[in-house]
Design a protein around this ligand. Structure first.
Ligand code: ATP
Length: 514
């Protein structure tokens, strides 16, 4: 646990030191759970957004993208169920006066049991070596089976109590499990209460006539209310999707874990409109498609897993998360939800407008069913950033800090470094930049010894360093150094663009999905 916390602290301080993420309004001591993306962070975020957009919109002829407003008519949130049901179950510890999400306390308890299972697996894998069969071990080892049973029973009970709104039982479960407050160490808990997560605001000039609005807690509703507009103007035929990327706001009670849980964040969502009855198939298809997208980035298959929901949101008939191994353990990165016709039906009811599709093949009108994929851009950022940060021991006994961001997402693709600040080398470096800058983000760096500059670019996540030296003047070649392998090769200046392009080209990364 201590090591995990240490690693996470390193991630946060590295993000600040290298211009990726700053605390919002830091000069005023910050605003809790609100963050600003700095010069490198904004680029990384933009690249992730683009990687998602191309995968969802550009390569699918039946998916289009929109950009709806953050402010929506307030009835939207009555219809969507957010006014009545977008709550988190809260519990306070009477001694520390700290507030927690009851479900998160229980999930953290279960995560500890899962940690024990993982330890048993690691021990056994060591003991049995090559003959180790993980699946068989999980299914037959007595201790592991008991742990798994316990974890499942707890989650099931929590799921059903939350669904039945039986908050007394959620408290009872916390008490039975002997969960203590991480601050005070006591079990002195209040009752569990529901707390609505939407931020309210007002529209209008005078207090009397102002209209109460909410900042959208998800981008999806902007898609639902525009469903018919897009379908008609785009002449879309079912099945088709509408995607969007945008800000969402939630008054999170327990906002810790850096950019994992923020009060203002960005979602990348896609609603896929389908014939009723086909939701199971499409749900599976999108689960698979989204997992492939993640794996295409090469961040390690072992760092992802599916988690099927026991507790379903008010709108869903099936739901799963893609969980990622963050520095604090496996947590939700993306949700895939089979939302039925809940949203469109409800908007029909509240607006009095028909939101139906006429299916020419079936010769009938119906309210389409929806399968949604919903990923937090900031969580994806944290997944990429934390997974990329490595401390490596080098052969000469020193260590280096390197940010191995997949080259396609790296904020800066190359740094151009004159070996010395004289003899015309800076001029050649600037000429190289003048050529490369039309295709890539590139930077110039002439300060310090070249070894220190390499380290700086490693820590910054720059996949290539291009060094101009005296030989360059003679034969128009430069040294290109690869961040991950630290290998260096001598290449002609006119080959550089092609080498970088091959490594960062989105198309070839995305094609790994198929
Ligand atoms: P959690 O259980 O972690 O609160 P959720 O199930 O409420 O998340 P969804 O409503 O399914 O999340 O939202 C879809 C995605 O939006 C999540 O998978 C996550 O990546 C992202 N997300 C949700 N809440 C936040 C937040 N407060 N900060 C950053 N990203 C978030």
């Amino acid at each position: 646990m201590a090591k995990q916390e240490d690693n996470f602290k390193k991630v946060i301080s590295h993000a600040k030191e290298y211009g990726y993420v700053f605390q919002s309004s830091e000069i005023y001591d910050g605003l809790s759970a609100v963050y600003d993306y700095a010069q490198n962070g904004a680029e990384l975020k933009k690249n992730i957004r683009e990687y998602w957009w191309k995968a969802m919109v550009q390569i699918h002829s039946n998916i289009v993208g929109i950009d709806a407003a953050i402010l929506m008519h307030p009835t939207t949130w009555k219809a969507s169920g957010h006014v009545d049901a977008f709550n988190d179950p809260l519990i306070d510890n009477k001694d520390s006066k700290k507030r927690y999400r009851a479900d998160v306390l229980i999930e953290d308890y279960v995560a500890k049991i899962e940690g024990k299972i993982e330890k048993e697996v690691q021990k056994a894998a060591k003991r049995f070596g090559d003959t180790f069969d993980k699946e068989q071990f999980l299914a037959t080892n007595g201790r592991v089976v008991d742990y798994q049973k316990k974890a499942d029973t707890i989650l099931k009970r929590m799921g059903s109590s939350l669904e039945k709104e039986d908050l007394a039982d959620v408290k009872l479960l916390i008490e039975e499990l002997g969960i203590v407050c991480p601050i005070s160490g006591s079990k002195n808990w209040t009752d569990v209460k529901q707390f609505n997560l939407m931020f309210g605001t007002k529209l209008g000039a005078s207090a009397e006539s102002a209209m109460d609005l909410y900042l959208r807690p998800e981008t999806a509703q902007g898609i639902f209310v525009n469903f018919l507009n897009v379908q008609k103007t785009g002449r879309m035929k079912i099945p088709f999707g509408i995607a969007q990327v945008g800000k969402a706001f939630r008054n999170e009670i327990v906002a810790r874990q850096f950019i994992f849980r923020q009060r203002e964040f960005e979602q990348m969502e896609m609603q896929f409109f389908i014939r009723p009855g086909t939701q199971k198939e499409w749900y599976e298809t999108w689960k698979e498609n989204r997992m492939k997208w993640h794996l295409s980035l090469g961040m390690g298959e072992e760092n992802y897993r599916f988690h099927d929901h026991d507790k379903l949101a008010h709108y869903a008939d099936a739901a799963a998360d893609i969980e990622f191994r963050f520095p604090f353990g496996f947590k939700e990165l993306e949700g895939i939800h089979s939302r039925t016709d809940f949203d469109l039906k409800s908007h029909e009811e509240y607006s009095g407008k028909k939101l139906q599709y006429f299916d020419h093949e079936m010769e009938e009108s119906y309210v389409p069913y929806v399968v949604e994929t919903s990923i937090g851009l900031d969580r994806m950022f944290l997944a990429v950033f934390s997974n990329s940060l490595k401390e490596e021991e080098l052969e000469n006994g020193t260590t280096r800090t390197v940010l191995k961001i997949p080259a396609v997402l790296a904020p800066t693709k190359a740094a151009v470094l004159p070996l010395v600040k004289k003899d015309g080398l800076p001029d050649i470096a600037h000429q190289i930049i003048a050529d490369l800058k039309w295709d890539f983000n590139v930077i110039y760096d002439e300060k310090d010894a070249v070894g220190r500059r390499y380290r700086r670019q490693d820590a910054n996540g720059t996949p290539f360093c291009i060094t101009v030296d005296h030989q360059t003047i003679e034969d128009q070649t430069v040294t290109i150094r690869h961040r991950d392998s630290m290998e260096q090769e001598r290449v002609a200046i006119n080959e550089v663009k092609g080498i970088i392009a091959a490594a960062v080209d989105m198309k070839s990364w995305l094609q790994k999905m198929s």
